[in-house]
Design a protein around this ligand. Structure first.
Ligand SMILES: *Cc1c(COP(=O)(O)O)cnc(C)c1O
Length: 319
């Protein structure tokens, strides 16, 4: 493994000049090693942040001016809209749009999600990159195993590395991978000045997690596809959403009470928020998103357990 270097300070060279690393806020070797590993997966120039939400904040404040508008994919990760709403006081405006079609005119940033969580729609990347504004693709759920947004013309690939990239529910991190080196340098400078920086310990756990990313995501995708197929054939399920890639699916039971019964009746699948870890998780999204989602919507993140065991668990909970 790459070493874990927790230093906050490194000595200047013999001429009294700073070396590559001199103060942790401006860069450290463990974070740099994790960023290099991400660049191998996504292309471009990678920058790590202390969380996905921290990466969102840094990217928006670094790119936009007061009065600028973000076109945000509707039905995507609830927290992204919450973060943008917290920035409204500083003049950030947001309009939601249907990401399966083109973004609206007159916006300065386009924010897509591949696939959106929990509605699991895929963005129309060709329509978005034809728009003059820079395009961010939150590919947290797809991961670079299924989608490399920069190859499709996006300006930024975005990840909550807390999810699949780190992969074990023990690391909070965000990542932005930039197509343009000069834009990445501006974001790096902004990150150092504002202090929205990742620490070495989570970066080291990310490095470890990335070594098994492909194996985990391929298996989780197979399991999610299998569970989606079984759920579609189940009489108690009204709708199943699965885009054919990734380890997350969502489905609707009759109402909020049934959803609460199902999520509290599983024995293997844990009733908790988040996604992308080795343990399967289920939760009703209504508790967080309110009217934005159907009352009976359950989101399921497939882990690495035996698929038949997971199906048996779901079936008994649905019963
Ligand atoms: C979790 C998540 C985020 C936010 O990331 P944190 O690491 O929790 O701050 C952003 N986008 C998506 C799609 C997520 O699932």
């Amino acid at each position: 493994m790459e070493p874990l270097d927790r230093s906050t300070v490194w000595p200047y060279d013999e001429r009294g000049e700073p070396r590559d690393f001199y103060y942790q806020r401006f860069g450290n070797p463990t974070v740099a090693a994790a960023e290099a590993a991400l660049e191998k997966l996504d292309g471009g120039t990678a920058l790590l942040f202390p969380s996905g939400a921290g990466a969102t904040t840094a990217l928006v404040l670094s790119l936009l001016e007061p009065g600028d508008t973000i076109a945000l994919a509707g039905g995507g990760y609830y927290g992204t809209g919450v973060t943008f709403a917290a920035l409204e006081r500083w003049g950030v405006r947001v309009v939601e749009f249907d990401q399966t079609g083109p973004p609206p005119d007159g916006v300065q940033l386009v924010w897509l999600e591949a696939p959106s969580n929990p509605y699991l729609t895929m963005p129309n990347l060709a329509a978005a990159v034809a728009h003059p504004a820079p395009v961010v693709v939150d590919a947290t759920v797809a991961t670079p195993v299924h989608l490399r947004p920069l190859e499709h013309g996006a300006d930024f690939a975005f990840h909550s590395a807390t999810k699949y990239l780190a992969g074990h529910d023990d690391t909070l991190l965000g990542a932005v991978v930039c197509r343009d080196e000069a834009v990445a340098e501006e974001l790096r400078t902004f990150r150092g000045r504002t202090g929205i920086v990742a620490a070495p310990d989570p970066a080291w756990l990310l490095l470890r997690g990335l070594k098994t990313l492909e194996l985990r995501v391929r298996r989780q995708t197979e399991t999610a596809a299998f569970l989606a197929q079984r759920l579609r054939a189940h009489p108690a399920i009204e709708t199943v959403r699965y885009p054919g890639l990734g380890g997350v699916l969502s489905f609707d039971v009759a109402d909020a009470d049934v959803a609460r019964k199902v999520e509290t009746s599983t024995r293997v699948i844990v009733n908790a928020t988040s996604l992308g870890g080795v343990t399967s998780l289920i939760e009703s999204r209504r508790r967080w998103e309110g009217e934005r989602v159907p009352p009976g919507l359950l989101r399921l993140s497939a882990g690495l357990e035996d698929p038949e065991t997971l199906w048996a668990d779901l079936e008994q909970a649905l019963g």
